[in-house]
Each structure stands twice: as structure tokens, then as C-alpha cells.
Design a protein around this ligand. Structure first.
Ligand code: PEP
Length: 250
């Protein structure tokens, strides 16, 4: 089974108007349009989303949100709904990033509800899972990630509307990368869980790896079985690095 690869950039809380030039530069490096055999996505801060959707124009580079609320609308000051992201031109939204889980106390139940409203709004939900260093050292990584997958992926999720991202918390923004064997083992574990949960509809959902992916290590990571692309933080901020990572994912 060939799954279409996805290379997704997460700008986190980085980027003023001046950063939009990175997307323009990226599109130029791509020769005016995204490769036809893989998906390219950038998730900028919400303040830049609509402008960058316009910057992207017909290039085929998709834009997405970094989070959404689990309600469709209402009295939630400062939050953004999935429909608002869709309305701004987003095609995807990241939910359950470990920084949201840690900084905002997001539980699997909340992440599942976010993924559900995102899918209902017509977005593709990127559901993040991953163990902490303490959990890995206590030999709990498979149990924790399995529980997160089962607790965070909603009913109705399929390979078309849901993507998983395995991001070991200790590898995010640290320069530390999981070994290829560890990545392969965890991605196979996630694939088996997906099959058990959703059968044929979910078992071929794409599973991204995230955690200090850089131009120098991307090709090896992307060759790992069951790695269908990457969720890239720091290295997606500069067009040159992100372009090199997109090029390595073939
Ligand atoms: C991330 O933001 O999801 C991430 C993986 O960050 P970095 O690539 O910087 O480790």
C-alpha cells in the first residue's frame, strides 16, 4: 500500500508579517508549485493564516492551523474554531501537540473532541501523540502512545480525514532524534492500533514522525517503514531547510 506522503511545517508561536516571505521563497524553490506526488503543508500562527493562504495561491502548498477549540463556536475568549480555520482557507489543523497537552492541560478526551469538530468542519486533523523521556525510561512508551492513539482519534476518522504524528516529547526542539529502530517500532505499533480501532478505513492513515527532523537526517527517517512524512518545527521556519526536507521525502 502506497500512502501519499505529507511534509508539514509547524511554525508554533513564531512569525510576523515579514516571515511570509519564507513561503514565497519556498514556492519559488519548488518551481512555482508543490510536488504532485506528496503533500506540503505549513501551519503558521493564526495571525498569518489568511494572508499566507493568499500567498500560496495556486501553488498547491496547503496551509493549516496549529490548534482549534473542541466546540464549534461560543464564549471561548481567545480560541479559534475549526470552522474559522476552514473559513480562512486552512485544509488541516494540528491537534494535541505535546506543547498544547503540557501547557494547556489538554487531555486525550479534549484532543479527540477537537479532531472530531475539525473533521466535521472539513479539515484534515493531524493528531499528535508521543511519550515523555520519563515514560520511555520507565519502559512505558508503547503503552502511553497506544493509549493516546485510542483516546485521541475520534469515531469517523479515516485515512482521508485524519493523520497521526508520532512526536516523542524529548525529541521536540532538542536536537535529539529517536533511533531509526525506535521510530520503526513505534510507527508499526501505531499502525496496528489504528487497524484495531477503525479497520480498513483507518489502518492506512498517514503516520508522520516529528522531533528534530533536519535536512541532514530527513532522508534516513523518511525511508523508515510506516513513516509517511514528517511534522517539522524549527526547520520549517526557513525556506531553504524546509525545501531540503521536502526534497528528501520522495
Ligand atoms: C514540532 O513542532 O512538532 C517539532 C517536531 O519541532 P522540532 O522539529 O523543532 O523538533
Amino acid at each position: 500500500m502506497t500512502r501519499r506522503r505529507l511534509i508539514a511545517g509547524n511554525w508554533k508561536m513564531n512569525g510576523l508579517q515579514s516571515a511570509r516571505k519564507e513561503l514565497v521563497d519556498l514556492i519559488a524553490r519548488l518551481g512555482g508549485e508543490a510536488p504532485t506526488d506528496r503533500d506540503v503543508l505549513l501551519c503558521p500562527p493564526a495571525t498569518l493564516l489568511a494572508d499566507m493562504v493568499r500567498d500560496s495561491a495556486d501553488s498547491g502548498v496547503s496551509l493549516g492551523g496549529q490548534d482549534c477549540h473542541y466546540e464549534t463556536h461560543g464564549a471561548h475568549t481567545g480560541d479559534i474554531s475549526a470552522l474559522m480555520l476552514k473559513d480562512a482557507g486552512a485544509g488541516y489543523v494540528i491537534v494535541g501537540h505535546s506543547e498544547r497537552r503540557a501547557d494547556h492541560g489538554e487531555t486525550d478526551e479534549m484532543v479527540k473532541a477537537k479532531a472530531k469538530v475539525a473533521i466535521e468542519a472539513g479539515l484534515i486533523a493531524i493528531v499528535c501523540v508521543g511519550e515523555t523521556l520519563a515514560e520511555r525510561e520507565a519502559d512505558l512508551a508503547f503503552e502511553v502512545v497506544g493509549r493516546q492513539v485510542e483516546g485521541s482519534v475520534p469515531d469517523g476518522a479515516s485515512a482521508e480525514n485524519c493523520v497521526l504524528a508520532y512526536e516523542p516529547v524529548w525529541a521536540i526542539g532538542t536536537g535529539k532524534v529517536a533511533t531509526i529502530d525506535d521510530i520503526a517500532a513505534m510507527h508499526a505499533h501505531i499502525r496496528a492500533r489504528l487497524e484495531g480501532m477503525g479497520g480498513a478505513g483507518l489502518k492506512n492513515a498517514r503516520i508522520l514522525y516529528g522531533g528534530s527532523v533536519k535536512p541532514a537526517n530527513a532522508a534516513q527517517i523518511f525511508q523508515t517503514p510506516n513513516v509517511d512524512g514528517g511534522l517539522i518545527g524549527g526547520a520549517s521556519l526557513r525556506a531553504g531547510d524546509f525545501f531540503a526536507i521536502i526534497s528528501a521525502c520522495n
